[in-house]
Write a protein that binds this ligand. Structure first.
Ligand SMILES: *Cc1c(COP(=O)(O)O)cnc(C)c1O
Length: 475
């Protein structure tokens, strides 16, 4: 498989290079040159989750180009071993189990080590990085910004790897205590949590500025594992297939509803559909930061101020992965993507032409839910079904309910993605339901472990200085 950039100006690359590079040099995102076809569903039934994962992902990884030894950098055997290892730390044998929830289905993606769906992809991405870096005899510095969940999932996945230093910036005082402790209590010497005096946007701007500093970027070998990394999207395709096999034994159409921020998770659903999985519609669920809902429903792609909500991992106004969908609906025309996103960056708004919007709406529907609406869903689902939802998952469930009420249809199963464990957001869940969710036993000592982190002002020089110090200690 080769990968091309959504802006059309960068040279095509193989999987291993795309994995390590993240963003394409022309500013675009990498997408596969062609979409592989999924094997017939009947052939996939009965496979374990890791076996299914290898089947679904291998066409994206397989490389025609060979390294200096004449062996591919990643053989199918290597890949299969890494996939199996990635899911040994999940506390459900199904890895991503599906369970009925009233008229809906809930796809639980929070059984990994840090209790959010990011583990499903990052556990594999960490192992792939280690494998490729070892084969190449090189090393990287991962620099990332987090509003909470990506940071802990990345640090868990990269902890202990000798060829990657992992530096994660988080906004001081703006994550939940659980989220902060999941980063600051990791003892691995290659993982560094850094509190920044500022907001999540400030952290993200610092990361972008560091990547923009060409000299620094090469000096420390910067690399990224944020949600634009293709490896993450690829790994998320798998649970759409596993859930489909579970809820539709006949292999007929299924709907999915996905609580969305950066559009990475729901894009993976679109890829599954593109590969031939019978999905009727993908419902994008937003909180009050609803640029995606306005874009899909009205063609109004315009940014507003980010407002803090009880579902902070969806408090985003520029959804980077939407670019991958635009590339497809614009007929894979990189210059059209550049023009449209150039206008968006310049004016903060762009109107999606109606024929393009029709193409998007052929696959997507969208809805939004306020914090009060999400709290009501948490309370109701607890009362009616004894299930505690986290606020992100509750946004998805609430939007799915409304869409079903608008277009009643008893025949097509609706699968709602549950993206975090309720114990990750205990205060919001308690406020809504009167129940304080308990941390799974595997995190039992989280509240007692000592915390280690650095603290920097919102200043690029100080961040770069800190990264250099981290590397000097390693050497
Ligand atoms: C990251 C995250 C989301 C948003 O996922 P995207 O891929 O950015 O759309 C939703 N819920 C939770 C709990 C998350 O951590």
């Amino acid at each position: 498989m080769r990968y091309v950039s959504t802006r059309g100006e960068a040279a095509s690359l193989g999987f291993a290079d795309v994995l390590l590079t993240g963003l394409a040099p022309d500013g675009g995102l990498f997408v596969p040159e062609t979409w592989p076809e999924l094997a017939p569903l009947d052939e996939l039934r009965g496979l374990s989750y890791p076996e299914l994962a290898v089947e679904v992902m291998w066409p994206f990884v397989e490389a025609p180009d060979v390294g200096s030894t004449g062996e591919p950098e990643i053989t199918r055997e290597d890949f299969s071993r890494m996939v199996h290892d990635s899911y040994t730390d999940f506390d459900s044998p199904a890895i991503c189990p599906v369970r009925p929830l009233g008229d809906l289905w809930l796809l639980e993606l929070f059984h990994g080590p840090t209790l959010a769906f990011k583990d499903v992809a990052l556990q594999l991405v960490g192992r792939l990085f280690d494998h490729v870096l070892t084969a190449r005899g090189s090393s990287v510095t991962i620099l990332g910004a987090t509003s909470g969940d990506t940071g802990s999932a990345a640090m868990d996945a990269f902890s202990g790897l000798s060829r990657a230093q992992c530096v994660i910036l988080f906004p001081d005082g703006r994550t939940s205590d659980i989220q902060r402790r999941q980063m600051t209590t990791i003892a691995a010497p290659n993982c560094h949590a850094v509190a920044v005096d500022g907001t999540f946007d400030d952290c993200q701007d610092l990361v972008k500025a560091a990547f923009g500093d060409e000299e620094f970027r090469t000096e420390v070998g910067l690399s990224a594992v944020n949600s634009i990394n293709w490896g993450r999207v690829m790994a998320q395709v798998v649970y759409y297939v596993s859930a489909h096999l579970e809820v539709s034994p006949e292999g007929t159409e299924v709907d999915f509803c996905v609580p969305t921020g950066n559009f990475g998770n729901v894009l993976a659903g679109w890829v599954a559909k593109r590969m031939g999985l019978p999905i009727r519609r993908l419902v994008v669920a937003s909180n009050r930061n609803d640029i995606l809902t306005r874009t899909i429903n009205d063609g109004d792609m315009s940014t507003n101020e980010v407002v803090p909500t009880t579902s902070p991992s969806m408090d985003i106004q520029v959804s980077s992965n939407f670019e991958r969908l635009l590339f497809e609906v614009l007929g894979r025309d990189g210059s059209a993507v550049s023009a449209m996103l150039g206008e968006f960056r310049g004016d903060g708004s762009v109107t999606v032409p109606s024929e393009i919007l029709d193409r998007i709406r052929a696959d997507f529907d969208a809805g939004r839910l306020s914090d009060d609406g999400a709290a009501d869903v948490i309370e109701r689902m607890h009362e009616d079904h004894g299930v505690l939802l986290d606020p992100h998952s509750a946004v998805g469930v609430g939007v799915a309910e409304r869409i079903l009420a608008r277009t009643p249809d008893g025949a097509t199963p609706m699968v709602c993605l549950a993206t975090a464990h309720p114990a990750k957001f205990p205060d919001a869940v308690f406020a809504a339901s009167g129940v304080r969710p308990t941390l799974p036993a595997k995190l039992g000592d989280l509240l007692e472990l000592p915390e280690h982190f650095d603290h920097v002002p919102d200043d690029l020089d100080r961040v770069e200085e800190l990264v250099r110090r981290v590397l000097a200690v390693r050497d």
